[in-house]
Design a binder for this molecule. Structure first.
Ligand SMILES: [Zn+2]
Length: 493
């Protein structure tokens, strides 16, 4: 709710004065009531007018090439025509989890959405703004979610592997202008305490302008923007786009503020951590997940020169860091011991890892054996005096498993223990770790009956063009994650 302050009969409003001025005047004569002495507040200023988007629409997207999941950006994929390769989610979504209940309008007792319900629920994962104009197919603007770390935090973070936390996001923009006159100006507004865009503070002296403002259908703006988070904040921030209608720029500044129209928005997630003060609990908007990468050394035939040690690739470690950064989580990856040596678990003398043993088939491949993860955890803890007991465990074998198509296995959904095999790719590690942090696949593996299976899409093996590029899909190079997934992951870190 917007707060208005009374001072000797003059009213001030704390935000968006330009939009609500008339409203509060009518409230003074109407339903307004005062609930405090000293500084006076309206108890019920009435509903603020709904912000709508009208003749100019600016949407934000990641770059089609050059974005590899380095920061978290989630938007509801709609039909961008040829401007975005991904299909609209309305045509890809197949279902999702819905708690059974006996109340209208959902009298069903199953755990799945009925036809059409999943997309309706998915839309609600995004803040929406009405697009109030006739010549548009979409009547709603879905505000995207962006996660960035503050630059000072990123700068001071020591990473053992992979990139530092992202504090910058380069985004492309799609613009659509209708009407008879192009706007005087399209400008991006944001809090200069927390951001710069293209190195500018966005003030009247250094405005951030979108130069493409001609009338026409949706197209890509020729230039991208680079948003830099320069300081941390405790509440979500909004980056807004305004269009200034024809002849408005010749008016006084206060009038311009009234005349300008919202054209787009991004919400940037709160990224400040605060300590406990008195009874106010600590807040961790940025989280840390410790992860230990263990190389497993085997010699399944017991021959000299037969040692095989698993190897982590630089790219899979980067992909893992990025996947966590998307949810504002720092993956504190430990791939060296306290002496700076690789962390190696030597099982060359363990009979369970000999051909024909408990975990290795006669053919020399790992058996699909449900106790493998727990056994590995027991071994590493014993060998290291529990040095990594608070970590997410990742064990890397240099040999394949019984199904060459499987690159790795999580102990269970929500269990922080993963084994990886030789026949994986650079997108197995991040996928399996997110399973360990409680994410399910983004397609149905059977009956959808777990609350965390919130939405499921077409299986990549059925139609890869409708399978999304989510890390939890079976796309060979899935790189993105979504706002609703960030909430699940963060609860389990
Ligand atoms: Zn999986």
């Amino acid at each position: 709710m917007t707060i208005y302050r009374s001072s000797k009969g003059n009213f001030e409003q704390h935000e968006e004065v330009e939009i609500f001025t008339d409203k509060y005047v009518s409230n003074v004569n109407g339903i307004a009531s005062f609930t405090a002495t000293g500084n006076k507040y309206f108890g019920a200023p009435g509903k603020p007018p709904v912000n709508t988007i009208t003749n100019v629409v600016v949407e934000f997207r990641t770059k089609q090439t050059g974005y590899n999941g380095e920061f978290g950006f989630d938007w509801l994929r709609i039909d961008d025509g040829a401007l975005t390769t991904e299909k609209a989610y309305e045509v890809c979504i197949e279902g999702g989890y819905e708690a059974p209940n006996g109340k209208a309008p959902h009298r069903d007792t199953n755990t799945s959405f009925e036809t059409g319900e999943a997309f309706k629920a998915l839309q609600k994962e995004y803040k929406q703004i009405v697009i109030a104009r006739t010549s548009t197919t979409s009547k709603k603007y879905y505000v995207p979610w962006l996660n960035l770390f503050p630059k000072p935090v990123s700068d001071s973070t020591v990473v053992s592997t992979g990139p530092k936390p992202p504090f910058e996001a380069e985004l492309r923009m799609l613009i659509d202008v209708e009407g008879t006159d192009p706007p005087d100006q399209i400008r991006i507004a944001f809090d200069a305490k927390y951001f710069t865009i293209d190195g500018k503070d966005g003030t009247d002296r250094n405005p951030v302008l979108i130069m493409d403002k001609i009338i026409g259908a949706k197209r890509e703006v020729p230039s991208t923007i680079k948003i830099t988070c320069i300081d941390e904040f405790s509440v979500d921030q909004e980056i807004k786009v305004y269009s200034y209608p024809k002849d408005s720029l010749s008016k006084p500044l206060a009038t311009q503020m009234v005349l300008r129209k919202l054209a787009g928005k991004i919400i940037v997630g709160a990224n400040k951590n605060t300590s406990k003060i008195g009874k106010t609990p600590a807040v961790n908007n940025r989280k840390t997940q410790k992860i230990v990468l263990v190389k497993v050394k085997t010699n399944i035939n017991g021959v000299i020169g037969g040692d095989i040690t698993g190897v982590f690739t630089p790219r899979e470690k980067v992909n893992l860091q990025n996947a966590l950064y998307q949810a504002l989580i720092f993956g504190d990856i430990k791939d060296k011991d306290s002496s700076g040596r690789d962390i190696i678990l030597d099982v060359t003398a363990d009979i369970n890892f000999k051909a024909g043993g408990k975990y290795i088939s006669g053919g020399g491949i790992l058996r699909t054996e449900p106790t493998l993860n727990t056994y590995m955890r027991t071994l590493i803890n014993a060998n290291t005096a529990n040095a990594y007991i608070d970590c997410f465990y990742v064990f890397m074998f240099g040999i394949n498993d019984s199904s060459n198509r499987v690159g790795g296995r999580v102990e269970d959904i929500g269990k922080k223990s993963v084994v990886l095999y030789k026949g994986r790719d650079n997108f197995t590690l991040n996928h399996e770790v997110l399973h360990g942090l409680s994410l399910y696949h983004t397609h149905a593996d059977g009956v959808v009956d777990k609350p965390n299976q919130k939405y499921v899409y077409t299986h990549a093996n059925v139609d890869s063009t409708k399978a999304t590029d989510n890390i939890m899909s079976y796309q060979p190079d899935g790189k993105t994650s979504w706002y609703w997934q960030w909430k699940i992951i963060r609860k389990n870190v």
